[in-house]
Design a protein around this ligand. Structure first.
Ligand code: AMP
Length: 111
């Protein structure tokens, strides 16, 4: 069964897109935790970081570059966080790799 992100990538579900190219889509999170909460989603189906292979290295780098560009575009470049939840115990709910880009308010120190 398709994940919600696969349906968005395939145009079967609406989303507020903030970036798209052939390899990557970025959207606004439907339930934002911070004033700016974007999701950077590789279009290739990869369930999570645990499933990444060597051939995905350029794609992962591109996702981080897009995160940096979006942080500037959304004026949070002075303080933002990029994170991915890996696995149910880490809170992952959608099993299609995505990076949360969070900012717009002071963020609690995690590590
Ligand atoms: P995670 O829990 O790390 O797997 O993150 C999944 C994220 O997807 C959550 O922050 C949800 O709020 C978000 N989400 C779920 N469905 C949608 C949707 N249709 N459009 C935008 N964001 C969504």
């Amino acid at each position: 069964m398709k994940t919600v992100f696969q349906k968005i990538i395939d145009g079967e579900l609406p989303a507020e897109k903030v970036f798209e190219n052939e390899r990557v889509l970025a959207i606004k999170d439907i339930a934002p935790h911070t004033p700016v909460h974007l999701l950077i989603i590789p279009k290739k189906h990869i369930a999570s970081i645990s499933e990444v292979t060597e051939e995905d290295i350029p794609l992962l780098g591109e996702c981080l570059l897009i995160a940096s560009q979006l942080a500037k575009q959304f004026h949070i470049e002075d303080g933002f966080r990029v994170l991915t939840n890996n696995g149910t115990d880490a809170g992952q709910t959608v099993f299609h790799l995505h990076f949360h880009l969070l900012g717009g308010r002071p963020l609690q120190h995690l590590v």
